[in-house]
Design a protein around this ligand. Structure first.
Ligand SMILES: [Zn+2]
Length: 371
């Protein structure tokens, strides 16, 4: 056997044994021998290596009937961690995830976005304090992902477009100078879609529609977030549904954003919670506003469905408040608009409703680590 081949097999064995710990709570050496059909010395060597590296640890004993007790090993699920930072207009949320994608810690701070050096400095300070609080050494942090309300270049190194945040050019290069850890920038909606993908095993193909303060979309193709040619893919918020409609922040009139975002739905001082409370109590005015909202959303989603014919996942802040009846009304309206007969349920509510963008900013480093 050539030396290279030997090294490949050695690496594959190490990898397969390590991955087994992500699927099983506890494992013994004899169990691994059986599961992977490897020799005992190979398993022993790899277990020693993984344990020395701090990736697995001893955790009690297995008591087989009549046999000798075997040491049980367990994954050290925070051997490495990953950080997500969600940048919003008025606040910053930091989140730390372990190797299973579970939340270790989360913190939200008030910080007004502005594209000036003091902001970058204050932002880095917020992150430093968070890292200090969670107290993991730098070498155990896989990376820091930033979720931003703007469209980001495919390489995750610069912002291409944002009228939502007050500046079009967020100086990410400047921010990166503060960290010795890998950093990446991501579009918040694509982050939320990635989180949904992580927690739902069988999405395959879908359109993720995020309805929060602003509207956004992401297209999932073959279990991957589609980025398009430059990164603009999925921007259904600027679908023009009325030629002479409301003025959008993009400069165009009648964009879906101006009818189907929370900023379009809610009155200036109204909270999402208050609106849905009165809607569910059948307050006449709230029912009318919701009806108009769904009508516009149906119009937009009909176009999306016509083009892509994929299931639609409704996420963002609104997901928590949606009920089955809303989906039925929406599907009914889309069916009425649709050119083709639609017979089955094709809209569902996102399952991951807590911190989806912050988590989705952290996940790419994890996905890469586990690949
Ligand atoms: Zn627009």
């Amino acid at each position: 056997m050539k030396n290279e081949e030997y090294l490949d097999i050695k690496q594959a064995n190490y990898r397969n044994i390590y991955q087994l710990f992500f699927q099983h709570e506890h494992l013994s050496k004899p169990q691994i021998v059986k599961m992977l059909n490897l020799s005992l010395p190979t398993v022993v060597n790899n277990i020693t290596e993984l344990e020395t590296e701090g990736k697995i640890k001893e955790q009690g004993f297995f008591q087989p009937q009549g046999g000798r007790p075997a040491i049980a090993y367990q994954l050290v699920d925070d051997a490495f961690i990953t950080i997500g930072v969600e940048i919003q207009q008025t606040k910053v949320r930091c989140i730390a995830l372990n190797l299973k994608g579970e939340v270790l810690n989360v913190d939200t701070n008030v910080l007004y976005f502005e594209n000036e050096p003091p902001y970058i400095e204050n932002l880095s300070q917020v992150i430093y304090l968070f890292l200090q609080k969670i107290a993991y050494p730098q070498e155990r942090i896989l990376g820091i992902g930033f979720s931003i309300q703007g469209i980001v270049s495919k390489d995750g190194q610069s912002m291409l477009y944002s009228r939502v945040l007050s500046s079009e050019h967020f100086d990410f290069k400047q921010l990166q100078l503060y960290f010795d850890i890998p950093t990446m920038l991501f579009h918040d909606v694509k982050c939320a879609a990635l989180t949904e993908l992580w927690f739902s095993e069988h999405i395959d193909n879908a359109v993720y529609v995020s309805i929060s303060e602003h509207l956004g979309g992401a297209i999932i193709i073959n279990n991957q977030i589609d980025l398009g040619k430059k990164g603009y893919s999925g921007a259904l918020e600027h679908l023009q549904i009325h030629t002479d409609g409301n003025l959008c922040y993009c400069g165009q009139r009648g964009c879906l954003e101006t009818y189907c975002s929370l900023s379009a739905l809610l009155a200036p001082d109204e909270t999402t919670e208050a609106f849905f409370a009165s809607l569910r109590e059948n307050d006449e005015l709230s029912v009318m506003r919701w009806d108009a909202f769904l009508e516009h959303l149906a119009k937009g989603l009909n176009t999306v469905y016509l083009l892509l014919e994929r299931d639609i996942i409704l996420g963002g802040e609104i997901a928590f408040y949606l009920i089955e009846d809303d989906l039925q009304i929406l599907q009914q309206r889309i069916s009425e608009l649709s050119t083709f007969p639609l017979d089955s349920d094709f809209i569902r509510i996102a399952t991951q409703q807590k911190y989806p963008s912050a988590m989705g900013a952290a996940l790419p480093f994890l996905v890469k680590y586990l690949a």
